[in-house]
Design a protein around this ligand. Structure first.
Ligand code: MG
Length: 458
């Protein structure tokens, strides 16, 4: 059976040629255009959306289709070309657009593509607005305009320059350049290579770029997880580099490899970036309920505080804007600094980590060791919606000694660790994440959950 087209809080995603076709993409463009038109105030007569694509071969086809849909709804479109997702966010703000669209399936395999949307404040639509767009799409309820009022298409080639300038404003360029860091960069033949290499060169780094042709033909499975980035680890060792960076195809996620060629885990990306930011400022950070406690330790050390949100980039970004957070993001290697944009940004992560290395005069492995000491385990199992609720209810009866947060499934905070159970937004599965200072405690939490699962599922 063909897989379903997935429309979630993070946009639309499907398999090109099966369920993701030009007509679907054009209708999604119409739906987004209709939403923007209905949401706009009367003064905003000319509405515009900037659009980019991440190097997947079907990207230009889908970009043309979404552009057609937006123009049909009377929205002007600014074509940014082949750029990153955080690059689109920077340009939404810079060009004062009413929204942004990015043609990407992020870290999904090569047969997929998708459409991510941004509102005028450059955050992904929060759930109630994502729901409205979805409704326009499914009802084919489009506010189409006549020929004289159709949207017009222009191009803008300044995304890289604007993005780099915004990121470099966060760090001291000379301090990093003085270190002459040797850096390995794996952009998985996605959108990140060109802009990131340029930025690293401006930071005086000696860059060894691998998989840096934006062909969309991924050199390895594109999620920057430990099994997929072995090549960076090898090249770091061979080149005796100070650090290795691995991006996903649209360059919003970042994984780090230390100077010994060891993958340190995506949880450390946000933690290291936050360590630098909290060394200069104090305030609030925001992250989702499934992210490591390292961030709480760092914030607490600087007299700051962490806001926890449901999983989903838009939820974190919304909380960051609401609480004026100085740093935020997700444990999957997504760092957000509102001074650049409210979108996860691997360039922000890279710049902040290089600044931390330069200022502390320490290696990545030393810095990671100073933060770490936690063990995290992730599990998932298939279960339908009704029985998911039974599992959550039983968990509440079991872990009565924990502090409970129910904003996204159940998160139990214990003195010695935490446990998060939540239903996936896109599949009939429950995800279980546990973290503690020792492996046996993590195992105990997970085993307790598996016992509950067995009790419910029989
Ligand atoms: Mg991505």
């Amino acid at each position: 059976m063909a897989e379903q087209l997935i429309i979630s809080i993070s946009g639309l995603r499907g398999i090109v040629g099966e369920n993701l076709t030009p007509s679907i993409a054009a209708e999604y463009g119409c739906a987004f255009g209709t939403f923007l038109r209905c949401a706009s105030t009367r003064e905003e007569q000319v509405l515009s959306v900037c659009i980019g694509w991440d190097s997947r071969s079907s990207g230009q086809m889908l970009k043309s289709a979404v552009t057609a849909g937006l123009c049909a709804a009377g929205i002007d479109v600014i074509d940014l070309g082949l750029v990153t997702t955080p690059g689109v966010a920077v340009m939404v703000k810079k060009l004062r657009c009413s929204g942004g669209a990015m043609i990407t399936a992020s870290h999904n395999p090569i047969q997929y593509n998708g459409i991510k949307l941004l509102l005028g404040n450059a955050i992904a639509p929060p759930s109630h607005q994502a729901e409205q767009i979805k409704q326009y799409f499914f009802d084919k309820n489009f506010a189409l305009v006549d020929s004289p009022n159709s949207g017009k298409v222009t191009a803008d080639e300044h995304t890289d320059a604007n993005h780099i300038a915004a990121v470099l404003a966060l760090v001291e360029k000379q301090a990093i350049a003085a270190k002459k860091f040797r850096v390995v960069l794996d952009s998985v033949n996605g959108a990140g290579a060109r802009v990131t290499t340029k930025m690293l060169t401006e930071l005086g780094c000696e860059v060894s770029a691998i998989n840096d042709e934006p062909t969309g033909l991924f050199a390895h499975p594109p999620e920057p997880t430990i099994e997929n980035v072995k090549e960076v680890c090898e090249v770091v060792k061979a080149k005796q580099a100070h650090v290795g960076f691995a991006q996903d195809p649209d360059a919003d996620r970042l994984a780090i490899v230390d100077e010994a060629g060891t993958y340190i885990g995506e949880e450390y990306t946000l933690a290291l970036a936050a360590r630098y930011v909290f060394s200069k400022r104090t305030g609030k950070a925001a992250t989702n309920l499934s992210t490591s406690r390292m961030l709480d330790d760092i914030a607490a050390g600087a007299g700051g505080q962490v806001i926890r949100t449901p999983v989903g980039e838009a939820n974190v970004a919304e909380a960051m804007l609401e609480h004026d957070c100085i740093i935020g993001g997700e444990g999957n290697g997504g760092v957000i600094d509102l001074r650049v944009s409210p979108v996860r940004d691997s360039l922000v992560g890279i710049a902040l980590v290089l600044q931390l290395m330069a200022e502390m005069g320490k290696t990545v492995s030393q810095l990671a060791r100073e933060l770490g000491g936690y063990y995290m385990t992730k599990e998932k199992f298939a279960v339908d919606q009704a029985r998911t609720q039974q599992i959550l209810d039983l968990a509440k009866e079991t872990f009565t000694d924990a502090k409970l947060d129910t904003t996204d499934g159940c998160r139990f905070d214990f003195d010695d660790g935490w446990l998060h159970l939540r239903a996936s937004n896109t599949e009939p599965i429950v995800r279980v994440i546990a973290e503690a200072k020792d492996q046996s405690t993590v195992r105990r939490y997970i085993n307790d959950v598996l016992k509950i699962r067995n009790q419910v599922l029989g």
